[in-house]
Ligand binder design. Structure first.
Ligand SMILES: C[S@@+](CC[C@H](N)C(=O)[O-])C[C@H]1O[C@@H](n2cnc3c(N)ncnc32)[C@H](O)[C@@H]1O
Length: 273
């Protein structure tokens, strides 16, 4: 359940929300600094959630970043003085609106640079989602900041060679995380001092592989009691666990996984490697 922290929630919300949801809500609300002229939680975000739920069903609310994750990611944008952001996996635009609003708050201009590139480049495979996201960007007043490239991110990433980004947010199909990370490094898309933010790195099917080596043998089935859903293990658990092990062993990376939401991993590249 996504509560609207920009308004007072109903007493029904307080009664039915879990401890985790309440803590999330409380933390998001405590993160709103009323002195900012551009709010840390962009005012149209609740409408984006509502629109997605109305069109694609209530489970889709979980696809978008939560208010609290949005404000944390925005904080990183200001912290590292980011000017350009690449997002892989945009859905209806929630995280991109947070990123663009953070750039705006920090004085970054949205209009295209001399090469016609905007500050935030979003990649998504779905034209349907992209169309909705574009409307949501307009509604949020950040359409000048964001371009969406529609297509398979494996191909779109190759087309970005020559550009650089201060933040690269990976939140698309979980089976491709390692490929997206490798492509970003190989094409030198991350600027010096830049930050990778990777979503969903502690999804339940992955943490059930806590003691497994990686890469896992291709024919390996989950151990008894290790995983309650073979499908989830197969499609999410294995690739996410392998990605986590892959970057953990990469000497070029400093990695920290925040055990919040479904896991958010931060990666910065060491400069002497
Ligand atoms: C979890 S959602 C992204 C949520 C978004 N960051 C937000 O906060 O609202 C994942 C997105 O990845 C996109 N996606 C899945 N496979 C993809 C691929 N191969 N290339 C590009 N996008 C892909 C889906 O269409 C979906 O919109």
């Amino acid at each position: 359940m996504v509560s609207d922290v920009t308004n007072n929630p109903t007493s029904q919300y307080y009664k039915t929300a879990s401890d985790l949801e309440l803590r999330n809500f409380y933390a998001a609300k405590a993160s709103i600094n009323t002195n900012f002229s551009i709010p840390t939680i962009p005012p149209t975000i609740p409408k984006v959630y509502e629109g997605s739920v109305a069109r694609f069903g209530k489970d889709t609310a979980e696809l978008a970043v939560s208010h609290f994750q949005g404000v944390i990611q925005s904080f990183f944008v200001g912290l590292i003085g980011a000017k350009r952001i690449l997002e892989i996996g945009t859905f209806t635009g929630t995280s991109a609106i947070y990123f663009a609003s953070a750039l705006k708050r920090n004085g970054v201009k949205g209009n295209p640079d001399d090469n016609g590139n905007k500050s935030v480049i979003c990649l998504d495979i779905s034209e349907e989602f992209a169309e909705i996201a574009r409307d949501n960007f307009k509604e949020a007043g950040v359409e000048d900041y964001i371009d969406i490239i529609v297509g398979d991110a494996h191909e779109s990433l190759a087309s970005l060679e020559g550009q650089q980004f201060d933040v690269i947010f990976i939140d698309a199909d979980k089976i491709s995380y390692t490929a997206y990370f490798d492509a970003a490094i190989e094409k030198r898309l991350l600027a010096k001092g830049g930050l990778f933010i990777i979503d969903n790195t502690a999804l339940r099917p992955a943490i059930q592989l806590i003691d497994c080596p990686a890469p896992l043998p291709k024919d390996k089935m989950p151990e008894e009691g290790m995983c309650d859903d073979f499908g989830a293990y197969h499609y999410f658990g294995r690739p996410i666990h392998e990605f986590n092990e892959y970057i953990r062993q990469d000497k070029r990376c400093e990695v920290v996984m925040l055990p919040i939401f479904t896991g958010v991993t931060l990666i910065r590249m060491l400069e002497n490697n």
